[in-house]
Design a protein around this ligand. Structure first.
Ligand code: URA
Length: 435
């Protein structure tokens, strides 16, 4: 008997387990556009509340991976890094060119902004003319020619995640461990990589705010990795403040370029070097961390990593002149400092609220079809734990709308907390695991 999708929604709503065949039916119907959005949304909400067993999660991951073509590479060192999403998380924009400059191949399929977090693809889309989709053939050529590419899901590669990802963003169904697992792993398995480094964010700006939840996701992904024989390293890292200093699409592109030019905020530097070292060690390109650090420093100092980033932009038809001329990037009309209300220490940042304020300024979506304003966002002058002085800037706000700018300034009182005593800082890295 033909399965009908409404009965699957009911089944999941009641918390019953779906079979492999039913999950494959869902994905097939989804990519053929044979299920209306309202039914897919209801199904996602049922999964959000009822969860999925490990077997269902693995079956969903595989069905999503097989919804499009799977990339294949003959090269030896084909690797990738992915993050569960954060505020100001521009690590992929920096790490990928560093690794490519060291001879690794990185076929990166990334996402657009999700909820209050930024997306690598939206950041790159802020570069004039940058093409965020490549055909299967162009992906293969980019690996040979440049060593890496960064693209979004397409009709050809993981179309199921392309559709579910944007629907989850608009239906408040992001924070689900099985849905995050299937979304990330379907993309990463379709890349044809030999090794994956996964950065799971936790803290008040992450989807999984509690460390216990982040560990649950890590363990599910390790189990999937083992099941499919994939080499994976996972770091759970802190998201109780933006990573680095900039939040917002073109502002983060500038910060990434500056990093490759040698201007490296401490927290971002630690994360980049730790991840690069792990990847170089696990691919056996180096024998120890010291050697890895030396290589990474070298490609940055000699400008090789920056040139790789420029090559990526050129290969994906973007305006590569932005590397030297930031004025070619979208620029906000208004820039205003948010000043400390009193002297003391920067003790707390409501990072999720900050991400939503960036969306409010136009930097993110509330509906699938929303256009993004790439120029808006924030640049911090102070980081958590630093001394601040009354009436001195904590951050700068970038906006294109005066009314919204005023509202954000007002709301900022709830985002930033200053206390008399120096706060205890959270660690940058909480946990590490691997297959
Ligand atoms: N990144 C993804 O690719 N998918 C998610 O669901 C969350 C983060």
């Amino acid at each position: 008997m033909e399965i009908d999708f409404l009965s699957l929604i009911r089944k999941k709503r009641e918390g019953l387990e779906l079979t492999k065949k039913e999950i494959e039916f869902f994905i097939k119907k989804l990519i053929n556009r044979e299920i209306p959005d309202y039914q897919v949304s209801a199904f996602l909400m049922a999964i959000y509340f009822q969860g999925l067993s490990f077997e269902e999660t693995a079956n969903l991951t595989l069905a999503m991976m097989n919804s499009g073509k799977i990339l294949k590479f003959k090269e030896k060192y084909v690797v990738d890094k992915h993050s569960t999403g954060g505020v100001g998380d521009k690590v992929s924009l920096i790490l990928a060119p560093i690794l490519a400059a060291l001879g690794l191949k990185i076929p990166m399929i990334a996402g657009r902004a999700l909820g209050h977090t930024g997306g690598t693809i939206d950041k790159l889309a802020s570069i004039p003319n940058f093409k965020t989709k490549l055909t299967y053939q162009e992906c293969q050529e980019a690996i040979k020619k440049v060593g890496f590419f960064i693209v979004e899901q397409s009709e050809e590669i993981v179309p199921a995640d392309r559709y579910l990802y944007s629907l989850r963003d608009a239906t408040a169904t992001i924070e689900s461990i099985p849905l995050i697992t299937a979304s990330i792993m379907s993309k990463k398995l379709a890349e044809g990589i030999k090794f994956l480094l996964l950065d799971i964010k936790t803290g008040n700006g992450a989807f999984l705010e509690k460390l216990a939840e982040a560990k649950k996701l890590a363990k599910t992904i390790i189990k999937i990795g083992k099941l499919l024989g994939k080499k994976i390293s996972i770091f759970i890292t802190d998201m109780n403040q933006p990573l680095g200093k900039a939040v917002g699409n073109s502002l983060e592109v500038i910060e990434a370029i500056e990093f490759l030019k040698g201007n490296q905020p401490m927290d971002l530097k630690k994360i980049i070097f730790t991840f690069a070292q792990e990847i170089l060690l696990r691919t056996k390109l180096v024998e120890n961390k010291k050697e890895a650090k030396k290589l990474v420093n070298e490609v940055i100092k000699k400008g090789k990593a920056l040139r790789k980033f420029q090559e990526l932009i050129k290969n994906q038809r973007g305006d590569e002149r932005i590397i030297e001329n930031y004025d070619l990037l979208p620029k906000a009309r208004y820039q205003e400092d948010y000043l400390a209300l009193k002297s003391g220490y920067l003790s707390f940042i409501d990072t999720k609220k900050l991400g939503f304020l960036n969306n409010f300024l136009g930097g993110g979506r509330t509906k699938m079809e929303d256009e993004i304003d790439y120029s808006v966002g924030f640049v911090f002058v102070k980081k958590l734990g630093e001394k601040v002085e009354k009436d001195k800037p904590i951050l700068r706000i970038y906006a294109n709308d005066k009314v919204k700018l005023k509202e954000v300034k007002k709301q900022m009182k709830e985002v930033i907390l200053i206390k008399e005593n120096k706060p205890k800082l959270p660690p940058l890295i909480y946990w590490y695991g691997r297959t």
